[in-house]
Design a protein around this ligand. Structure first.
Ligand SMILES: Nc1ncnc2c1ncn2[C@@H]1O[C@H](COP(=O)(O)OP(=O)(O)OP(=O)(O)O)[C@@H](O)[C@H]1O
Ligand SMILES: [Mg+2]
Length: 252
């Protein structure tokens, strides 16, 4: 058993009930401690399924998942606090304020009140939301909602932060801020798994990326290495299209 990886999956398989094709079919991924790791794949490739399994939120048919060397099949009790998951869909109460939402999420993590208030203040400041702390979520722009959604996933200062498409539906300014903050949080020691289908973002911020297609990882390495390895390509998007093909992927 290796303890070199913050997250390690081995030959994961998952077929949803009623589906003929597996969503995960030999999904093997190794995420080193301290990396800012991009998992990149077309729509419907199984990104959300994979991370939900990694976080213990979804069952799998076979294979292994280890977090910091510990197999999740032995129970999630000690593993769960290590994670922060920022879900793909905004999971906030629209008729409550940002602050009220964050108090509720912090309460779910069992964070003591004084510490929680300090964390909320720090993170609202980090994401430039201090002035809007007492405004209602349903008045927020898409970018502001995304930022509060992110804060909700990291109130307990997790060692591993997993973000499922955190920049979808936000404008260029919010996107840039989100990416900058992820780099900063990673530099402070948090391992980040960043799920995206925006290749230029991954090229900009990730230390390593993995491409996923047809239920498994088809290539992995640093963006520079992958570009150099495919010498007809001058950016990550070209490598990705070369490896995954240009067929449109609609959910079936
Ligand atoms: N609960 C479910 N029941 C049945 N099929 C599902 C379920 N969740 C996902 N799927 C199917 O599994 C496949 C992978 O879905 P998943 O959401 O994991 O992909 P994704 O890569 O996250 O997609 P997107 O880019 O749209 O977020 C899709 O074909 C989807 O329809
Ligand atoms: Mg998804």
């Amino acid at each position: 058993m290796s303890n070199r990886y913050a997250i390690e999956t081995e030959n994961l398989k998952k077929t949803y009930k009623g589906k003929t094709h597996p969503t995960l079919n030999g999904f093997t991924l190794r995420i080193p401690y301290g990396s800012l790791f991009g998992l990149l794949a077309p729509n419907g490739a199984g990104k959300t399924t994979a991370i939900n399994i990694i976080c213990g939120l979804r069952k799998y048919d076979s294979g292994k998942v280890r977090i910091q060397g510990r197999d999740i099949s032995a129970g999630m009790k000690q593993i769960r606090p290590l994670f922060g998951l920022v879900p793909q869909d905004i999971a906030l109460f629209p008729t409550l304020t940002a602050y009220e939402n964050l108090k509720i999420f912090g309460g779910l993590y069992g964070i003591e009140k004084p510490l929680l208030e300090k964390r909320i203040d720090q993170l609202l400041e980090l994401f430039d939301l201090t002035e809007s702390r007492h405004s209602f979520i349903n008045r927020f722009s898409g970018g502001m909602k995304r930022r509060v959604n992110m804060i909700a996933g990291m109130l307990h200062a997790p060692e591993i932060l997993i973000l499922d498409e955190p920049t979808v539906g936000v404008d260029a300014q919010s996107r840039r801020m989100i990416l900058e903050k992820l780099v900063e949080i990673n530099r402070q020691g948090t391992t980040i798994l960043f799920i995206s289908h925006y290749l230029e973002e991954a090229q900009q911020i990730c230390s390593q990326v993995a491409f996923m297609d047809n239920g498994s990882i088809i290539s992995q390495g640093s963006p520079e290495h992958l570009i150099a390895e495919h010498n007809i390509c001058d950016d990550l998007e070209s490598v990705y299209l070369l490896l995954t093909g240009k067929r449109i992927r609609d959910n079936t």
